[in-house]
Ligand binder design. Structure first.
Ligand code: ZN
Length: 386
């Protein structure tokens, strides 16, 4: 399922909008239109309905451009270090730059991480400086414009400060890890940074859920302080956990080659085999993934159990493997036995596949397959041994 759409391209980077972003956009416009200051136009004088919403739309656009510039700033520094930026996606909690092969050297990591907040501080500074500058020289300024300047400025400062929290996947978490990694191994630095991040998330979650102290004091009413904060905390906790397991996985696989993990028995099936025969073979050999080859041994595609499980009994008896597989290009479906296992995993994740065919270095002959399952099991065994 596609969850985001591409809307453009800046300095070669595809800019995408996630579906949750389309959901949050009208809410942000509404917030700017009706909320009281400092973020909303409620108290703006002499302003008609349509104009109010036009201004709110401009404010929302400026806010999202700010998010985009924050991510572009990370991306720009990362690109200088030779990292490929696959895309920048705007979603409900902000922006996310998808980078390939992010450098693990701490010097580079903290510079990439800090570039975003610095950009947000700079944008915030420009807006706030303009706002206060106009105020101090007593220039008459159109009221809604003043509110807009102030709120975009303040939002950027908030964005920068929030991102500096030492919690994954916030930029502060990466900066913290980079500094820890100067003193210890990358894996241990990640573990500690993740622990700090999780602690932050738990505290944030509890604070968000606790009764609002101001409301309780003034009216005696019990209402959660800020459920949005709790939601962000849950998201942060999950992201920290994911970062940890991904890092452990990559660190554990360091130095492992494809040939150490690949399967060399019961590797391939013929393209003209009936699906029902394939299903029996899977049961008998307890395998869920095969390379599909022609009579002459050429790779025709890859097949996994998930692709045949939806088929009806009649279909299984009438269709052949060649009828349901999609053609493969060798570049994304085949990997050399001498490549790193991490590279195989990355290619599977990128291509949304669970299997790659393995070719012999030099001859190009298909000699095995490597599956996500094999890699995960290999990691479990390695972890158990250490
Ligand atoms: Zn950032």
């Amino acid at each position: 399922m596609r969850t985001s759409i591409q809307v453009g391209r800046i300095i070669g980077i595809p800019i995408r909008l996630h579906f949750t972003f389309l959901f949050i956009l009208p809410l942000i416009v509404l917030m700017f239109a009706v909320a009281p200051g400092p973020f909303g136009l409620r108290d703006a004088k002499d302003i008609s309905g349509p104009f109010r919403y036009s201004l709110a739309t401009i404010a929302a656009s400026l806010f999202f451009i700010s998010l985009l510039l924050h991510e572009m700033s990370h991306s720009y520094v990362a690109m200088k270090y030779g990292t490929k930026i696959r895309s920048i996606t705007l979603f409900i909690f902000g922006g996310l730059a998808m980078m390939e092969d992010l450098p693990k050297e701490s010097e580079k990591e903290w510079r990439i991480a800090i570039a975003g907040p610095l950009m947000s501080f700079a944008i915030g500074g420009i807006f706030l400086f303009t706002y206060f500058g106009i105020k101090t020289v007593n220039l008459v300024i159109y009221d809604p414009l003043a509110i807009l300047l102030f709120s975009i400025g303040l939002l950027n400062v908030v964005l920068a400060s929030f991102n500096l929290l030492p919690a994954f996947p916030m930029d502060g978490g990466r900066i913290l890890r980079a500094f820890l990694a100067k003193r210890m191994q990358f894996l241990e630095a990640t573990r500690r940074a993740v622990l700090v991040g999780k602690t932050f998330a738990v505290i944030m979650g509890i604070v968000g859920f606790m009764p609002d102290p101001f409301l309780l004091y003034s009216t005696g009413e019990v209402r959660p302080f800020n459920l949005w904060l709790t939601l962000v905390a849950v998201f942060l906790y999950m992201a920290a956990t994911e970062e940890e397991s991904a890092t452990i996985m990559f660190a554990t696989l360091e130095g492992t080659k494809v040939r150490n993990v690949m399967r060399t028995e019961n590797v391939s099936v013929l393209a003209d085999m009936l699906i029902t025969e394939l299903a029996e073979k899977m049961l008998k050999e307890k395998n869920a993934e095969y390379a599909v080859v022609s009579d002459s041994g050429d790779l025709k595609g890859l097949i996994t159990f998930s692709e045949i499980k939806e088929l009806s009994t009649e279909q299984r008896h009438s269709l052949r493997i060649s009828d349901i597989i999609s053609p493969v290009d060798r570049l994304s479906a085949v990997i050399s036995q001498e490549e790193e296992a991490i590279e195989a995993l990355k290619r599977m994740i990128r291509g949304k596949k669970n299997i790659l065919a393995v070719e012999e270095e030099g001859s190009g002959e298909i000699i095995g397959v490597i599956t996500k399952r094999d890699i995960v099991m290999h990691i479990e065994i390695l972890k158990g041994g250490s």
